[in-house]
Design a protein around this ligand. Structure first.
Ligand SMILES: CC(C)(COP(=O)(O)OP(=O)(O)OC[C@H]1O[C@@H](n2cnc3c(N)ncnc32)[C@H](O)[C@@H]1OP(=O)(O)O)[C@@H](O)C(=O)NCCC(=O)NCCS
Length: 181
């Protein structure tokens, strides 16, 4: 398929598209890498990965955004996700739309997450006309926090994540947002 038709939008090195059910196995492989899941409470099962892909696909169809499936333009290889998703867990700033990322470890340290996140943020503000975008990560996930800073988000505060209350290592999270508090 022609790249211009295949992708919703592109950045210099990446193409962003909705999910296919054929992505499930590749996403499951990424999710099964302990390095990738270091800052999550558990490794997702195949069923949880399937549920995630189906939820993202539906969210895109209904809202026009999701954590997009991401491919490298040079070889059309699927490398994970970067994008936007609604969050409804209990917190002072929810319901909201956040920006997030998960890339296969062999593709780290090439600046791909930052490049993709910048493009998604621009898409959210300029095309989707969202007023605010948030980003959340456990405080110990410093690489992720650094991406938030590199794409120009502003730190709001630290908080205890309501879905991680039993996880002492992960529950303290940072909240970033497009606006200064
Ligand atoms: C967090 C994660 C997305 C980072 O991916 P990444 O693509 O390596 O991140 P970056 O875009 O910050 O790039 C990393 C480094 O590549 C380097 N780099 C190499 N080539 C580059 C280029 N052409 N342009 C920019 N940076 C480049 C930079 O030095 C950059 O580091 P620095 O700017 O912090 O010094 C990835 O580690 C991941 O998927 N982790 C698991 C999932 C996760 O934790 N998600 C967040 C949950 S809250």
């Amino acid at each position: 398929m022609n790249d211009a038709i295949k992708y919703i939008f592109t950045s210099e090195r990446l193409g962003f598209r909705n999910w296919n059910l054929t992505d499930i196995d590749k996403m499951y492989e990424i999710n099964s890498d302990e390095k990738v899941m270091e800052f999550f409470p558990s490794i997702p099962t195949k069923e949880q990965t399937t549920e995630f892909v189906e939820r993202m696909k539906k969210q895109y169809e209904e809202k026009g955004f999701c954590y997009f499936a991401v491919e490298k333009l040079e070889d059309n290889q699927f490398i994970g996700f970067i994008g936007l998703s609604e969050q409804t867990y209990e917190a002072d700033f929810t319901p909201c739309v956040d920006i997030g990322w998960r890339i296969k470890s062999s593709e780290w340290n090439k600046g791909l997450a930052t490049e993709g996140a910048k493009k998604c943020l621009d898409y959210a503000l300029s095309d989707l006309k969202l007023k605010k975008v948030y980003s959340i990560a456990p405080k110990i996930n410093v690489k992720s926090e650094h991406i938030m800073e590199k794409i120009g988000l502003k730190k709001q505060y630290e908080f205890e994540h309501s879905l991680l209350t039993n996880n002492e290592r992960l529950r303290t999270c940072v909240l970033y947002q497009t606006e200064i508090k």
